[in-house]
Design a protein around this ligand. Structure first.
Ligand SMILES: Cc1cc2nc3c(=O)[nH]c(=O)nc-3n(C[C@H](O)[C@H](O)[C@H](O)COP(=O)(O)OP(=O)(O)OC[C@H]3O[C@@H](n4cnc5c(N)ncnc54)[C@H](O)[C@@H]3O)c2cc1C
Ligand SMILES: NC(=O)c1ccc[n+]([C@@H]2O[C@H](COP(=O)([O-])OP(=O)(O)OC[C@H]3O[C@@H](n4cnc5c(N)ncnc54)[C@H](O)[C@@H]3O)[C@@H](O)[C@H]2O)c1
Length: 477
């Protein structure tokens, strides 16, 4: 049994991703005795295989886009041949080097988090945690290995994340048929990448590989890509994808994906075959809750295996919390860490702000990006929330023109009466950096007139938010 200090509140955290490490650090900060159990690597999938490497890949893709777009801004690249004649240079993507950089970044971040946990006084145990009784977790070497330790808890935080969903008819082989975690093993760019699934994961990778010069076919089971996003925003992204030569196949499912030598063959629901050199399966995730012993203590889960939590991340048991992708809240790294902190504050009797699903900000890192917060136009149209909507295209924004940005918009959603901002969508390069103003407006219940009276720099993309707010002004009767 690990040496715990039973004079203190003992918190055990299973899983070392954003949900887990944030809760562990918060617990230690508040004076608890904290043990964190992690079976793969500190930082979790978020740091090691999902958020960090994918966003670093997207940074490289953005560099490639800047090179492609430079010509329009009058910047040309050339080399002189032996006769001093200018020629266009070849631009090559060294995927091996690029991937090494991403993995190095991920490992550095994991090391930083481990240091933070150690400095905070968190006990880290490497192994697979499994609940054996109310108040007790056993640790084994790997999922099927020998038990080598036990820890006791007053409060338990489960933050075990999720794993890529696999289809029996399209099993990843790690070489040609890949999950997003296996993409980083590629040494050179695929000639033709088939992406199955046009949710956020599929769309982000399709966008990035397309920008890196890869032929991409995106198989989307819905009417349009990104079915969960604002429809105007999804339309912009689909249009940009197609303009950039991506083959988008909508309203069709990949029934199977198999390997034929150096090719992969995806068979669609109508029997059509799509041939490529590689296939990325991006068909969603399943929570890692199956082999955790939840049934031993009666923690309630949904049919999909997600742990049911309330707004302070508490499960059906008063001393058990769940944070992140294994819970039935939103699968975002930012949400996981907020849930983790909230859980521990609640367990230790500190001040708690229950999380409001509606106010969570999110971003799709395609090119351009889609940043979203608050109520959406769909909610207004379906009369779930009353309000009015105004959309202003970026094409008229002076800064956008200067920078050569053609695609995108700002959409504000405001209450009918006072014009209080209740939601918004920004589609623009780096929209993620512009969204905070809208998040603050929503949290602080600012009105369109208060945004309209705020100063934006001229020229700036954020000026479009002020312009949209001005257009929404109504005379107060
Ligand atoms: C490709 C991709 C890109 C993404 N990009 C973004 C983004 O840009 N922004 C954003 O906000 N979100 C993004 N997400 C979502 C984000 O990755 C998740 O929401 C986040 O990882 C959730 O954190 P977590 O702590 O719940 O789980 P994880 O990060 O998955 O960590 C869980 C950890 O628990 C460990 N574990 C599991 N079971 C056990 C056990 N029994 N014992 C011990 N350890 C265990 C695992 O090894 C893992 O390390 C992305 C997701 C994907 C797939
Ligand atoms: N930038 C970010 O913050 C970011 C990035 C990636 C993921 N995420 C998080 O992860 C969540 C999950 O996103 P996701 O894209 O991984 O999964 P998802 O479940 O949202 O999307 C998977 C898509 O694949 C489709 N699909 C399933 N089987 C198919 C088949 N056989 N053929 C064709 N299509 C098929 C589904 O209809 C669905 O639209 C997101 O909601 C988001 O919260 C966030």
């Amino acid at each position: 049994m690990a040496a715990q200090n039973s004079d203190k509140h003992r918190i055990v955290v299973i899983g070392g991703g954003p949900g887990g490490y944030e809760s562990a650090i918060a617990g230690a900060q508040l004076g608890a005795d904290v043990t964190l159990i992690e079976r793969t690597g500190i930082g979790g999938s978020a740091v090691l295989t999902d958020v960090v490497p994918s966003k670093a890949l997207i940074a490289s893709a953005e560099a490639a886009v800047s090179i492609q777009d430079a010509d329009e801004l009058g910047i040309q690249f050339f080399v002189r041949d032996d006769n001093e004649k200018p020629r266009r240079p070849e631009i090559a993507v060294n995927l091996g080097k690029l991937n090494q950089r991403l993995l190095r970044l991920a490992q550095n971040q994991s090391d930083d988090i481990r240091r933070q946990l150690k400095d905070a006084g968190v006990r880290i145990i490497e192994g697979h945690g499994r609940i054996v009784a109310d108040g007790e977790v056993a640790i084994t070497a790997g999922t099927a290995g020998e038990e080598f330790d036990r820890v006791e808890y007053d409060s338990l935080v489960i933050s075990v994340g999720a794993s890529p969903r696999e289809l029996d008819s399209a099993k990843p082989d790690g070489e040609r048929i890949l999950t997003w975690k296996q993409l980083y093993d590629l040494e050179s760019l695929p000639q033709h990448l088939i992406v199955v699934g046009s949710g956020v994961t599929g769309a982000e990778f399709a966008s990035a590989y397309n920008a890196l010069g890869v032929e991409v076919t995106l198989i989307s089971s819905r009417d349009r890509v990104l079915p969960g996003e604002d429809t105007d925003a999804a339309d912009v992204i689909e249009e940009v994808f197609m303009r950039n030569g991506m083959n988008v196949l909508s309203q069709t499912r990949a029934e199977s994906v198999v390997r034929e030598g150096d090719e992969v063959v995806a068979t669609l629901s109508d029997g059509t075959e799509v041939r490529g050199t590689h296939c990325l399966m991006a068909v969603g995730s399943i929570p890692n809750t199956a082999d955790l012993g939840l049934e031993k203590i009666g923690v309630k889960t949904t049919d999909s295996g997600h742990i049911v939590v309330n707004r302070v991340a508490r499960t059906s048991l008063p001393n058990v919390y769940a944070a992140g992708d294994c819970s039935d809240f939103l699968p975002l790294a930012s949400v996981a860490s907020t849930q983790g902190r909230t859980a521990v504050f609640h367990a230790l009797g500190d001040q708690v702000h229950p999380i409001s699903r509606r106010n969570v900000a999110s971003n799709v890192f395609t090119y351009p990006e889609i940043a979203t917060v608050g109520w959406q136009e769909k909610d207004v149209r379906e009369q779930i929330r009353s309000g009015r909507v105004y959309k202003l295209d970026l094409a008229g924004n002076p800064r956008a023109k200067m920078q050569g940005f053609r695609d995108g918009f700002v959409k504000l959603i405001a209450g009918n009466n006072l014009g209080t901002i209740i939601g918004g969508v920004i589609v623009a390069p780096r929209a993620s950096e512009l969204l905070l103003a809208l998040s603050i407006a929503i949290e602080q219940r600012l009105t369109v007139d208060e945004i309209a009276d705020s100063w934006a720099v001229y020229p700036s993309l954020s000026g479009s938010m002020v312009d949209a707010a001005r257009a929404m002004h109504r005379r107060i009767e």
